[in-house]
Design a protein around this ligand. Sequence first.
Ligand code: GCW
Length: 676
Amino acid sequence: ADDGYDLWLRYTLAPAPQRAALHARATSIVAPGRSPLLASAVGELRRGFAGMTGVAPVMADRPAAGAIVLAVAGSRLLDGQALPLEGLGREGYVIRSATIAGVPVTLIAANGEAGLLYGSFALLRRAQMADWPARLDERSAPKVQLRVLNHWDNLDRTVERGYAGQSIWDWWSLPDWKGPRYTDYARANASLGINGAVLNNVNARPESLTAPFIAKAAALADVMRPWGIKIYLSARFSAPIEIGKLNTADPLDPAVQAWWRAKADEIYKAIPDFGGFLVKANSEGQPGPQDYHRTHADGANVLAQAVRRHGGIVMYRAFVYSEANPDDRAKQAYADFKPLDGRFDDNVIVQVKNGAIDFQPREPFHPLFGAMPRTPLMLEFQITKEYLGQNFSLAYLGPLFEEVLRADTMAHGRGDTVSRVVQGKVDPYRITGIAGVANIGVDRDWSGSTFNQANWYAFGRFAWDPDASSAAIAREWAAMTFTPDPRFVTPAVAMMQRSREAVVDYMTPLGLHHQMATGYHYGPAPWVHALARPEWNPVYYARADASGIGFNRTASGSNAVAQYAPPVAAFYADPKTTPDEELLWFHHLPWDYRMRSGRILWDELALRYQHGVAEVAAMRRQWAALRPYVDEERFAKTAAFLTREQHDAEWWRDASLAYWSSLSRRPLPAGVPAPA
Ligand code: GCW
């Protein structure tokens, strides 16, 4: 079907000339053993090649010409093959054209069966992309241990910030009914190397830790396990009171500690390979250790001690802000967590959003990266586009992920990028991880639009390799999801690569942020100023008035810049060295401030909005030209969404400029139409 259900695993029949050649390289599969992981790998290879060639490879005991041979280190099949398996861990793989027992085969080798699963998907990716060289020689291993989706899925099947329909977890029919969609979800994740899923919202209900829900989670764990995916649960800090009948959740209270230990034991009985807990505490009204005058480290450690003898971990979120920190919300996470460096148990990893505010179209990297040498930090991205037009904008987030990962924290010196921090290469971390807030729901296309699927895809690929390139990932996705024909792929990737910058420009150019409508965060609202908490109001972030615009985060303002390593702080402290893209994040500047372009700030700002609108128009033209290569259903949906995006882009430009001009009292520069 062309409804998008198959994601990037479509396995469509290859054109006749390539089909025979492809079949000749996938005549049979040799895979010693019958474990669940191996069965997944073999099943996927058969399904994939059956789809692409029209003939399913047969299962064989010994290699024949054109066989695909799966073997773990030490297997007799590898006799005589010198394979570079050291350093690949349990999940890495080697794929090679080889000669075994005198016949040409394709060898997939690994230290563990998870590696064989990932290697199988890698081979299928090459086949789908029509990128299978005569002498194949690929070696790959994940650079990050925990590659985890965070579902913000509620027990009533609503999804917080979800734009793809209801939750895919049908709690009501679980654990009795495990629908096929769960397996397809697991396949899609495994194809990217995603190895963990937090099932429920970080704004957690206590019921998610009761026996009935543990049984439901266990049923899902059974589906995920053969695909190398572990299950985690979000834990509500006050659960010992709400479902445990204690009168406190104080992490230092022995009864509370005993309650969490018993709860962990109960979960591990049902899910022996349970991954652990994700915790949002003392943030946006959630309970937490500070309610008892304890620290976040105390809060994390009580849960960590409960899961540690089972091998579990705690992912403890640093997304905290409260009215207690009135001068600048951007400073609070660092202020709360930096002093706790080294005080977390060794099975805790602190999960930090990519920026210090909240998943904006663009944010400078979070100042905690590089600042916690004795505490492993896990990077949290948002795959669902809460602040980027939700499902209507085409915005491909690969460039956003890449920009954050490549940002240089300069923690100990040049080159200490966020990517290297997260990999544990800047400071040695005992656990490493990347999390992505999922954009998945029950919509037929899973993600609310065809192009939103690319963000799930890109998240997984970056989690595997944080040094990957967004353009290369877009090429893979476009080739697999539509066609490898370069006449499609090249312009489609060009369109994807400009799509996020277009959103930045038409929503929040030059470092502006949090200008979205209250609550649902869709559409412009820079004028909103009267909400209960100051840091919920867009005016708090733009600080615009007759004299100028922007948030002064230098020493004469909130001094948030001081949270960065000194060279970065110095760079951001001066508007002359701050990139235009981040200018108003750090500086309050007069409307007639002279920009690098030679224009005054007001003119530059107006032209950026206009540029964003023009970019969407250009994307529409690019998409229209791709019609010959795309099925009618997906073509039409994307075209309709781009039309909607253009409308929204104009709305953002017109509404924002109407409001800013009421303060700047300046005319719009040539080329920017007056608001209708
Ligand atoms: O981005 C904000 C969202 C909330 C979310 C919160 C968080 C789950 O608006 O909906 O709550 O962040 O990350 O905890």
